[in-house]
Design a binder for this molecule. Sequence first.
Ligand code: TRP
Length: 340
Amino acid sequence: MRKILLTGDRPTGPLHIGHLFGSLLSRRELQDQYESYIMIADVQALTDNFENPQKVHESVYEVAADNLAIGLDPEKVSFFIQSQIPQIAELTVFYSNLVTVNTLRRNPTVKAEIAQKQKLFGQDGESVTYGFLGYPVSQAADITFVRGEIVPVGEEQLPMIEQTREIVEKFHRIYNCNIFPIPQAKLSPGSRILGLDGKTKMSKSLNNTIFLKDTPEDTVEKLKTAKTDSERRIDYDPENRPEISNLVLIYSIINNIKPAEAITDLENQGYNSPAKGYGHFKAQLADNLNGYLKPIRERRKEITADPSYIKNILETGRDQAIAKAEETMALVRSAMQINY
Ligand code: TRP
């Protein structure tokens, strides 16, 4: 029997090249090896976007289109929308007894997200909702309702997987059963790129992204205004010169070479001369990136031309996920003695 893989995205906007290099490409590799489920985590997106239901609704289709456009195969992967699986909500309620409020407050990812909100919106700690604080519990339900074992994620998600393991272990201990595999994070081998402002990660809310669905012209414009420094010398030195190094990293990924080789390559092509500044390099990078994204963008256009295509995939995936969920719930209800 193949191991079960589950991962997902929050639908808060279309996916960008940070997602592509950081997680989507490795998902594509893994789909042949595991029984795979990919969730569009609308319930989780609503924990901090509950006032923006329209954004979440629209983004569900964007995220589905992006995942399909990069070559995830609906014949191999079950794609589904989180809110369509009531068993996830049900498990979340049961698990919430197994986690203390203090543990959630100390969760490093939750903490970082609260800090970012405070910085961006000037919110104080008092505005943190019960739902937001509890989303790691809900994420444990996301992973375990299919009895998922392999969870491909970025590093910032490790505390969520750790929380899931703790819940699973506690559940087994208290209810004297062994229903779930202990989930393992699978860190994607892909490189983590920064936003075009050189700050932290690419993120829609920071407006520093290149979306998969951007037009070639948008891509050229965005790279033109990408932040660099005043040294007029292209180098790969992420510690000291994060902005230009990030552009070199993108160049190296799409050309399938190492960053050091990218520098030599750019020097040989005459892009690294102080007289030229960064403009020529940025134009070359935009051109390469547009070439790299072309098949993805074309596929995406085909996919979105027929709205029923995505709809059908999400319905089939929902049915597959619910079948799996009911198997799990029978075991859970029996272990918890709520099988009346
Ligand atoms: N928290 C993940 C993110 O922000 C999305 C997500 C929701 C997820 N449920 C999941 C990832 C379950 C892996 C497994 O990207």
